[in-house]
Design a binder for this molecule. Structure first.
Ligand code: FAD
Length: 393
């Protein structure tokens, strides 16, 4: 055993019992006792004020990362159009780069996409690594992974951010595995630890009931995916940067997949991430007829209608209009929540709204904790009055 108790020093305070995540410390006759299931994680050592818990484990050495520089963003594009999340990530990367005194780079892969480099530099990229090749025209996992791996090994970034889109969710784990680092998926907040200068990656955990902050001390780059709509894009018209071309050598047989045809089918998914005004309904709306009234309000305001997961599950609104942890994240100027309780999973998608107005008949509903204006009342009275008022103007 590598963790033991010096019984004479133990005061029996039980802090170590509470701190042990594995239930491997128990009290016996008023003294702490370490059980065989101890994993030597060290949680108990940190809380023991009397230094009664001791170990012969050496602290794990943090490798020298002084050659790791730069905050990188994967600039996802499709058919020559940049995905907005890439620009949002460049906004965040500038903030992280300024704190660390490091440059910001965008990684642009595709075929004949060089004309997008200007948009990337205007959104904060000091450098654009450009990899053009006809094999990169359509996203294919192996091809994109190969090129990103080459770039990471050649230029050694400190941080690498990827949008949590369909492509990003496929690509990021592959790349992280190839370069032997961890990955925090679906982050909603990124900051720099002021003492250690490492990336603190916050994401919902345990079904969204807690926010977990994850840091990676022992490998580089620190990799995270971030949901679209969570960060802010900032454009500085005319801003210039350096473009570094990366030569691509890819043989079709190495890639393993071929794109025979791109078929776009089905209804276009509602994109609420750009909406300026959103009127959202929850269980309190009662039925799909109630949602027609919310649609009237939304259309008078020139906005979009959306709903909670309950409203989607009840079939009152389409699934692509769900807001929240398992729906879309939005950042409107005005978010009007009608008959929405404000569960943490719903709030996860609306916290970047400029103003939140809540209509709820329960004055204790959690939505009022995050609302700028709260109307306590029955939405069946309040919403028609709002409509009437707007029509009279
Ligand atoms: C892993 C996981 C992921 C999830 N992801 C999401 C997600 O992405 N989005 C999401 O929304 N939820 C999500 N949920 C569900 C979430 O936990 C809540 O259950 C859900 O958000 C509640 O929806 P609601 O506010 O419509 O319903 P309720 O919580 O039932 O609230 C209804 C509210 O309406 C009010 N009300 C009732 N009648 C009226 C009236 N006539 N006038 C005014 N107010 C009235 C009530 O006072 C109440 O506050 C998730 C849950 C889990 C476990």
């Amino acid at each position: 055993m590598t963790v033991w108790v010096e019984a004479d020093l133990c005061s029996g305070c039980k802090r170590c019992v509470r701190a042990c995540p594995y239930g491997a410390v128990e009290m016996m006759e008023g003294k702490a006792h370490v059980l065989d299931r101890c994993t030597s994680c060290g949680a108990c050592l940190q809380v023991c004020k009397e230094k009664a818990l001791q170990t012969d484990l050496k602290p794990r050495a943090i490798p020298d990362f002084s050659d790791r520089k730069g905050v990188w963003v994967f600039a996802e594009q499709r058919d020559g159009r940049l995905n907005r999340v890439a620009l949002e990530l460049l906004g965040k990367a500038q903030e992280l780069g300024a704190t660390l005194n490091q440059g910001v780079s965008a990684l642009l892969l595709g075929d004949k996409v060089a004309d997008l480099t200007g948009t990337l530099t205007e959104h904060g990229a000091n450098t654009v690594y450009l990899a053009e090749h006809e094999a990169l025209k359509n996203y294919r996992t192996n091809a994109y992974t190969r090129v990103l791996e080459e770039l990471i090994r050649a230029y050694k970034p400190d941080i690498f951010l990827i949008g949590a889109t369909h492509v990003g969710r496929d690509l990021a784990p592959r790349v992280s595995r190839r370069v032997g680092v961890g990955l925090t998926a679906d982050c909603t907040e990124l900051t720099i630890d002021p003492e250690e200068g490492i990336l603190l990656q916050t994401r919902p955990a345990f079904g969204g009931n807690v926010m977990a902050t994850i840091a990676n001390r022992y490998s580089r780059p620190q990799m995270a995916t971030v949901r679209p709509g969570v960060m802010n894009a900032e454009r500085k018209t005319g801003a210039k940067g350096e473009v570094i071309r990366h030569e691509v050598f890819l043989a079709e047989e190495e890639i393993g997949t071929r794109v025979l045809e791109v078929v776009r089918e089905g209804k276009k998914r509602a994109d609420l991430s750009e909406a300026k005004i959103i009127v959202a309904g929850g269980r309190g709306v009662g039925d799909s007829k109630g949602f027609r009234i919310l649609e009237d309000l939304a259309s008078l305001l020139g906005g979009e209608v959306a709903g909670t997961r309950v409203a989607v599950e009840e079939g009152w609104i389409a699934a692509d209009r769900q807001i929240g942890q398992t729906g879309q994240s939005v950042r409107p100027e005005l978010y009007i929540a009608c008959g929405v309780s404000g569960a943490i999973q719903h709030r996860a998608g609306i916290m970047n709204s400029r103003y939140i107005v809540a209509v709820n008949k329960d004055p204790r509903a959690p939505i009022f904790q995050v609302a700028d204006w709260g109307i306590v009342g029955d939405l069946r009275d309040v919403v028609p009055e709002m409509i009437e008022e707007l029509r009279n103007r």
